[in-house]
Design a protein around this ligand. Sequence first.
Ligand code: 13P
Length: 257
Amino acid sequence: MAAPAVYGNWKMNLDVVEAIHLTQQLGVLLRRSPLEHVEVGVAPPFVDLRSVGSVIEADRLGLVLCAQHVNEHESGAHTGEVSLAMLERLGVRAVIVGHSERRRLYGMDDALVARTLARVAGAGLRAILCVGEGLEVREAGGEAAFVAEQLRAALAGLAEGARAHVTVAYEPLWAIGTGVVAEAAQVAAQNRSIRATLADLGVDAPVLYGGSVSAENAAELAHDGAVDGFLVGGASLRAEAFHAVCRALDDCYAANR
Ligand code: 13P
């Protein structure tokens, strides 16, 4: 059974002062209502990593420090980019790879996703690989095949030793930031198909769901969607809402698994 996890993807939100404040608020809630089963991580913008990492360490919050992206190369002439070694030095232990916003807005194709994933997982950091279909694909009934292809493209060539470091996040594009959450049954169906593809590829990875996850829908998604956790956008920017999502998953595990 995969360890349950919730990661907050702050995207391009919160300057360093706001980021410190949110981390401290989250710390208060986690101390007041600790989680027993669920690993919790936050993925702030690059410029906030150092400060958020310091709060996590000083207050012993046990949060996993995550990055939203990393460059595929080791170092060199890549203006505006950040390397994995730089992130590791700041205490980053997990990196989101191939988020749909990177794929759609910044030209990250399947081949680049695969190379970036190999860099992250190959170094022993957790690579949170994002996959998910757009609305047109879903309406045409092609969602299972589309996501299977994304998984194959990213994972087929991955070295055996790196596979244990992969987490998959299923994030249907039509549910991201829209308030339209996938139904638990849709998530469960896609999860079954993702797990079958992963088994084919010899990868035993936790499968998370992302897309308008909130305090209100997390319990149902965790239970009926049979997910191993969540990748949370908007709701992760508010400490209470994010903590409630983590709490819902933790309670689900305590009760059922
Ligand atoms: P929302 O939770 O805001 O829909 O974002 C989901 C997401 O993209 C997380 O990576």
